[in-house]
Design a protein around this ligand. Structure first.
Ligand code: SF4
Length: 352
């Protein structure tokens, strides 16, 4: 029996009976993954079951109003996760008729869906051949192949995938990391011990290298093109976590996966929420990746299709300027501006 088959057999015999593993739809897996981002399985299960009773599919969640969704999220905390899931479901409903897309590129364009979530949904719901890489799987892969270089782990995880059962394989790898290949591993119980290089070479303690602990924080920056009489709004706010000295497009930080003690540094100022929430915005399909020291960032763009009121008090108290759109790169001198321009539609952006 090869290592993949041994792993699957072990998983079949040892897996925890979790409701999102029974006849998993893309939607159910998605909800469970979002809920599990900052909540333990035991605490999340009763709320998950209740949530699914009220919103059994993508369509019902999309149709619900935000207040209803937030009420069903009570007990899980981090309400921005619920808001983002709700909005993202609406995007999937309108762009893909309520069916979660089947390609990795399309899945990654959905706000809130990162590589791990996309790969988990596509492999478990649709049997697509994508290996997942969460913190537990990274530890297993690093030891299995005695590989210290984080950049190679995804390729190695893909090479180790069980192509006939990618969804089960991914869950088995995560379960193995959670139950057996722990920081202090229980190798005697490991179904893939015979294939493990670190075990054979007695070098387990070297893998994964310490730098795994210093991983990058993942988050999303949602920029807003607010236009008025052909000009777009830039702001400068030295109190924010990013772009303290630069004029930028107004932005919100969303889906930040950061330690609870640091959350305050990433909160969105109330004036920004006021501006964005009072105006009707339109999501512009596309996304870009970006890095700012210790941050792995996904960039999204929205267009605000209504003008701000002339005397909007929301615009007082920080620096603003209205610029011609074609000066965006010059006035917002970050490579993010360049990346944003790449996924803008070529024409019709500001037709009123
Ligand atoms: Fe992890 Fe030990 Fe199994 Fe290797 S043999 S994968 S170190 S539990």
């Amino acid at each position: 029996m090869n290592a993949q088959d041994s792993l699957k057999l072990w998983f079949d015999q040892n897996k925890r009976d979790l409701p999102f593993r029974n006849k998993p739809s893309a939607y159910k897996i998605w909800v469970s993954e979002v809920m599990l981002q900052q909540t333990r399985v035991a605490a999340m299960l009763p709320l998950y079951n209740q949530f699914l009773l009220s919103f059994p599919d993508m369509e019902s969640l999309s149709r619900a109003n935000e207040q209803e969704v937030l009420e069903h999220w009570r007990g899980l905390g981090y309400y921005s996760r619920a808001r983002n899931l709700h909005k993202a479901c609406q995007i999937v409903t309108s762009r893909y008729n309520g069916r979660f897309p089947e390609t990795l590129d399309e899945a990654l364009e959905i706000p809130g869906v990162g590589p791990y979530t996309a790969r988990a949904i596509l492999s478990i719901a649709y049997g697509k051949k994508y290996a997942v890489l969460d913190g537990n799987v990274k530890r297993v892969v690093s030891r299995l192949f005695t590989e210290s270089d984080e950049k190679k782990w995804q390729i190695l995880a893909d090479s180790f995938l069980n192509n006939e059962h990618p969804g089960d394989h991914n869950q088995a790898m995560m379960e193995l990391g959670a139950l057996v290949c722990l920081p202090k591993p229980l190798c005697a119980k490991c179904p893939i011990q015979k294939s493990c290089k670190a075990y054979a070479e007695l070098t387990i303690e070297k893998y994964p290298p310490g730098k795994l602990e210093k991983k990058k924080f993942e988050l999303e920056l949602h920029f807003y093109l607010i236009h008025k009489k052909g000009k777009i709004l830039l702001i400068r706010d030295s109190s924010r976590r990013f772009f303290k000295k630069l004029y930028t497009l107004p932005f919100l930080i969303e889906n930040a996966k950061i330690p609870a003690k640091d959350v305050i540094n990433y909160s969105n100022p109330s004036y920004m929420k006021e501006i964005i929430q009072n105006l009707k915005s339109e999501f512009i399909p596309g996304s870009a990746s970006h890095s700012i020291t210790h941050h792995k960032i996904k960039v999204f763009l929205h267009k605000i299709i209504h003008d701000l009121p002339e005397d909007s008090h929301a615009l007082h108290g920080f620096e603003t300027k209205w610029i011609d759109f074609n000066r965006l790169e010059r006035e917002f001198p970050s490579s993010i501006a360049k990346k944003i321009l790449k996924f803008l539609p070529q024409n019709g952006l500001f037709q009123e």
